[in-house]
Each structure stands twice: as C-alpha cells, then as structure tokens.
Ligand binder design. Structure first.
Ligand SMILES: [Cu+2]
Length: 460
C-alpha cells in the first residue's frame, strides 16, 4: 500500500500552516538528546502522485515530500545518511559553505557511498537561509526519481513569521499510470532538456495551504527539478522577495516575476488577506500566460497584531577585494545542432563545453584537471559568458557569489550560489576563495551537466 500524501496531509489538519514538511519527526542519532541530529535514509518507496496510481519512487525516509532538515546558523548539524538504494550515492548540500569533506561529490570529496553503507555528514552552516540536498551520483535518475529535499538553516537570532512554507517545485517524469517515463533523450539534452509531464509542488498538483488571516507568511520556493525553469508570480497580491538562492537581499524587492532555474531558491514574504476565506493564487508564468501553481487560503483565527515586511539579517559572507581581484573568463558553448556520433556510429553524449572542455561522466578513472586553480584567500571575478542559444543555471559548490553586473539587465548587487545565464548573456560574479578543496562547477540542468557542462575548481 503506497503512502498517500493526501491522507498524510489531511491527517495534519490545520497545523499544516506551519509547513507540511517541517511537521515530519526528527530522528535521534545516538543519545536522543541532540537537537540537530537526523537519520536520513535513501531507499525505494512507492508513492501516490497521480491519485489511484503508484510511482516506484526513490525517497528519503519512505515518502515525498522529503523531510525538511532544519539546522541552525552557527550550530553543528549531524546527519547519519544511510544508503539503502540498489546503487552507490552521495548527498550534496546545495549552497552551504561547508568543508569539502562534507560536500558530497564522489571522488572529489568522498568515495561513493555503496548500497548498505552509512556516512555521517556533520557541519556547521555559517549562513541562514533556504538550501537543499540531493545526491551527486547518477543524478538524472536519482534526482528524477525523487531524491531531493530542503535543508533550512534558521537564523541565529530568530526571525518571526506566522507561517513558513517550503515549496518544492518538480515536474515528475511519469506516465498516466504513475510509471516512470524516460528522464532524457539526446535530442532534448542538447536543447533545454526533458520536462516531466506531472507538475507538482511538494508532490501535489496545485496544492492549497491554509494560512491565518492577516498572518506574515514566508514562502520558500525551491526549484528541485532536473530541467524546468519556473517563473514565480503573485499577480493579485503584494509580495516581496526577501532572499535569493538562500542569501537575504538588502531591502525587500516587490515581486513581479522571478525566474528560477533548476537548483535555485526564492524566499518571498507576504501578509495574508485580513478576511477569512480569501485566496492568494501563486502562478508560474510561461510566456505571457500565467498558470496556477498553488494557492494560500485564509482560515482560522485572524492575527490581531499588525504585521510588516522587514529585511532578513545579512549572512556573514567575506567581502570581496575587488581592487585586487583576478578575473577569469569562462565560456559556455555548445556543439549541437545535430546529434554528434562517434566513429562507430554511436551517439556521443557530449554536447556542451566549459572553456572548450566537456566532462560528461564521473568515475574514478575519469577525473580531468581543474578548470582553474585559485589561491586560498584571494578574490576572484568570474566572467561567465553563455554563447549558446539556451539558458544555464551555473552553480559553484562551496561558495556564494556576489553578482556584479550583466550585459543584459540592471540590478542591485545580490548574492547567489547559482547564476541563471540567459542566451548570449555575460555575467560577472565575485567571491573570496576562502574554502580549500576541489569544488564542482556545473550547469544545474542535469541533462546539460551529464552531457558536458561540468567541471571543477581547485582552491589551495
Ligand atoms: Cu545548462
């Protein structure tokens, strides 16, 4: 009998307001007294996405949505990870500035965790915000089958919201009967990738979340999809961006439409309508059309006190020394109007390059030289040039960039771990290379990454 998420959600009743996901239990590691200890198990688990069907998903802790791991800024979190999948894996903590040993990339930071093996991840997150976790092995399949989850780092000084909703956006690659459809095709991989047919937020199509009238709501959007870009819009209700990709913005920005590539996050604050029974419809913009993604519905006791939108506390990022920075160019290219073939006529799955190099697969005997070697403690400006006709969310592990400028749009400086490069866009980002190690540097459209758009940076 598959675990029905609908049953699960209704069982939570109105306590759902404080996030369906965060109601999941904590897992005691050893003594049972540690506040931030978890056991996270990856294993096959049937789930019900399309009502009445079963999807043979791979899940964390037996269900979807995955458990929300809550950590606290500046406090150690320990996660005992247990691999009960039929293949090797690792867990990467996207956006967290933590030591390389905990970064969860096979061969670069740790050996792959074999089936039946356990691995203890332990780290102290320096930054508060909305982050996520996922394997870094066989990513098309492992992420595609459901191994994606939020890790939320709470601010060292508590920030008050009446409701806090993690919203994981994912298009599942499933057929009408719930079975999996192909995660990729070569034709799509050298374009914008293969979107799944079943659009969902937290595994549900167009979910509705109750919030109290007049409440201050924090929405944490997470694009955990392999492929799809989402453009978040709340057309009929004022809302403010308070953090981009985990990093707080200096001043709340009125939300119009915000595009999120795979891997990217967005924290939005709004004050729910004062009357009961009102809805706030949250949309995904595709071209000029707006499609329903989820809604908030006011119910229960109104919040008596007046609420206001205020900036989040800033994170302790090191200040880049721009006057003494070294600039490095990275050019993202493609090889692909036709499907290239090898001499034996087989498809050659290398469509994309970073500085003329493709790295299409990770294995012990296929680790190239780094794309760049940086000096520990020095400031670098990466000039990212996309000369392909497609968008690429470019992610560097272990660091948070300051985004300085683009040749296509103006914006106030902001911080991110993933830059969405549009067609023919050039963006400059700056950061202090303060974390030694071999750090993955790749496009987060998984089909692009798996067909060449991947490399790593060494800091020493
Ligand atoms: Cu890409």
């Amino acid at each position: 009998m598959p675990l029905s998420r609908r049953t699960f959600l209704s069982g939570l009743g109105s306590s759902l307001t404080l996030a369906a996901c965060s109601q999941l239990p904590k897992f005691s590691l050893t003594s049972g007294n540690e506040e931030y200890d978890y056991i996270l198990t990856a294993e096959p688990a049937p789930i019900e996405l399309i009502p009445g069907t079963t999807t043979p998903a791979w899940c964390f802790n037996q269900g979807f949505p995955s458990p929300v791991i809550r950590a606290k800024q500046g406090k150690e979190v320990r996660i005992l990870f247990r691999n009960r999948l039929p293949e090797a894996t690792t867990i990467h903590w996207h956006g967290l500035r933590i030591p390389i040993e905990m970064d969860g990339v096979p061969f670069l930071s740790q050996p792959p965790i074999q089936p039946g093996e356990d691995f203890l991840y332990r780290f102290t997150p320096p930054d508060a915000g909305t982050f996520w976790y996922h394997p870094h092995v066989n990513s098309l399949v492992q992420l595609g089958k459901g191994l994606v989850g939020p890790i939320i780092v709470d601010e060292a000084e508590p920030v008050a919201f009446d409701a806090d909703l993690p919203l994981m956006m994912k298009n599942w690659h499933i057929n009408d009967d719930g079975s999996f459809a192909p995660f990729t095709s070569p034709r799509a991989a050298f374009r914008m990738g293969t979107p799944g047919a079943f659009e969902s937020v937290n595994g549900i199509q167009n979910p509705s979340y109750p919030v109290r009238p007049g409440s201050l709501v924090r929405l944490r959007f997470l694009n955990v999809d392999n492929t799809v870009m989402y453009k978040v819009a709340i057309p009929d209700h004022q809302a403010w961006i308070i953090a981009i990709d985990g990093s707080p913005v200096a001043k709340p920005i009125p939300l119009e439409q915000h595009e999120m590539g795979p891997g990217m996050r967005l924290d939005v604050a709004l004050i729910a309508p004062a009357e009961s029974g009102a809805t706030v419809s949250i949309k995904n913009a595709k071209g000029r059309l707006l499609f329903n993604m989820l809604e908030l519905k006011t119910e229960g006791e109104p919040i008596a006190a007046a609420r206001s939108i205020t900036p989040l506390p800033v994170n302790p990022l090191p200040e880049p020394d721009l006057d003494n920075a070294e600039t490095i160019n990275f050019v993202f290219e493609w090889e692909g109007a036709v499907t290239p073939v090898n001499r034996d006529g087989k498809t050659n799955y290398k469509f994309w390059t970073m500085n003329r190099r493709a790295w299409e697969g990770m294995s012990a005997d296929n680790i190239p030289e780094p794309l760049a070697t940086l000096e520990l403690g020095k400031t670098y400006i990466f000039r990212l040039k996309n000369v392909t006709p497609h968008s690429h969310p470019i992610h560097l592990h272990g660091f948070i960039w300051s985004v300085l400028r683009s040749n296509q749009k103006a914006f106030d400086l902001f911080h991110t771990d993933t830059v969405l490069l549009q067609k023919n866009e050039m963006v400059e980002v700056a950061f202090v290379a303060d974390n030694p190690g071999h750090w993955m540097y790749h496009c987060h459209v998984i089909e692009h990454m798996k067909t060449g758009l991947m490399g790593y940076i060494t800091v020493k």
